[in-house]
Design a protein around this ligand. Structure first.
Ligand SMILES: Cc1ncc(COP(=O)(O)O)c(C=O)c1O
Length: 383
């Protein structure tokens, strides 16, 4: 017998299995739960996107593509980002595009290219679960930017965490798990701080389309990319088009960095699935605004039902809310989710996304009737 234990790296000890999976396992044992735990939209992939993938398979688009991704998709993304930000994007430009296997792969490639043992990175707390775990994979240290109670990652809160070892700051607006959207003023201050300290800003904008009317400015989603092109943008198709299992995303940023990330991609993921990239071109032309409007109404219902019962930072984007447990309950969020389970409602405790265990995440991407029933149950539990 080979002693696998003895062969494992220290890196594996530093990494933890996702706590969200534990909640999914609990869900599997429940009969028809009201499931507020899933981080994906409840609509199916729009038909034209499905048809584009089927057509691509039938047309033999089944082999490897070049590592950077197919030219049609890269060109479409370059056009979209140029329009939104004013950046010049393309193979001969200051910034370039890399197609990735989801935003998750974009994160890993960026961390691999930029951070190693002895380096530090700054992430928000609460955070998307991968941010600290991928740091463990590359051996980098993590500084948590405490954003409680309003979940706004501001320059003022980031500044004390920067050191000579800091390589990059990860920003996520609209945020998972809070749904909070930063304003252009806040973003400009962060861009200026990072530039003045020679630190890269990585902006995870996977929820860009899910920015509601009160999170938009002049009708558009606020991105730090309006203030500088010395930023790495990570975006994806998973949430916007309900394509979580298709694994498609992209990175846009300084060409020098994109070149190195492409190198890592070449020896790891190789390329995003060929047919999915072809479908991605059609996805970019697909209007999902009716879904976004429906989610904005669901968000309104969450705020209306829970805002009066407990402290809730205003969620202006994504499809999450991160309410605080009222102190009179005298209970951690991990304990509270057991109480919620008894009412057949599944939510995720804050300690999965945070050093604290005082809040819980609701994903309100569920049908209206279930949403209303689940919110009533949660509100009763918190009274
Ligand atoms: C903030 C954030 N970033 C990245 C991801 C990863 O998305 P994907 O790899 O499916 O594009 C998620 C998924 O939940 C997320 O919430």
């Amino acid at each position: 017998m080979i002693d696998i234990e003895a062969l494992l790296t220290a890196r594996m000890q530093a990494m933890e299995p996702s706590g969200i999976r534990r909640v999914f396992e609990l869900a599997a044992k429940m009969k028809d739960p009201i499931n507020f735990s899933i981080g994906q939209p409840d609509f199916d992939v729009p038909e034209p996107i499905k048809q584009a993938a089927i057509k691509a398979i039938s047309a033999g688009r089944n082999g490897y593509t070049i590592t950077q991704g197919i030219a049609e998709l890269r060109t479409a993304i370059a056009g979209k980002i140029s329009t939104e930000t004013g950046w010049s994007v393309g193979p001969e430009c200051e910034c370039d595009v890399l197609i990735t296997n989801g935003t998750s792969a974009g994160l890993l490639l960026a961390y691999m290219a930029l951070a190693e043992a002895g380096d530090e990175i700054v992430i928000p707390d609460p955070y998307f679960v991968s941010y600290p775990q991928v740091a463990a994979m590359v051996g980098a240290g993590v500084k948590y930017c405490d954003t409680y109670p309003d979940f706004r990652m501001t320059a003022e809160r980031i500044e004390p965490l920067l050191s000579a070892r800091t390589k990059f700051v990860v920003l996520n607006s609209p945020g998972n798990p809070s749904g909070v959207v930063l304003s252009s003023d806040e973003l400009r201050d962060i861009v200026e701080l990072c530039e003045s300290r020679g630190v890269l800003l990585i902006s995870d904008e996977i929820y860009d389309e899910f920015t509601y009317s009160d999170g938009r400015e002049g009708g558009v989603f606020p991105t730090p990319a309006r203030f500088s092109n010395q930023i790495l943008l990570l975006r994806g198709f998973s949430k916007t088009y309900g394509m979580t299992g298709w694994r498609l995303g992209y990175a846009v940023g300084p060409s020098r960095l994109i070149r190195e990330m492409t190198k890592v991609n070449q020896y790891s993921f190789v390329c995003a699935p060929n047919m999915v990239q072809h479908a991605g071109v059609v996805a970019l032309q697909t209007d999902v605004s009716h879904h976004v409007q429906a989610y904005e109404r669901k968000r309104d219902l969450v705020v209306e039902r829970l805002g009066g019962v407990t402290e809730l930072a205003h969620p202006a984007g994504a499809f999450y809310a991160f309410p605080k447990l009222p102190e009179h309950l005298g209970m951690t969020a991990s304990k509270f989710i057991e109480k919620a389970l008894e009412k057949n409602v599944l939510v995720i405790p804050g300690n999965i996304f945070s050093l604290r265990d005082t809040h819980f995440r609701i994903s309100y991407a569920v049908d209206d009737a279930r949403l209303a029933r689940g919110l009533t149950a949660l509100a009763e539990l918190m009274q």
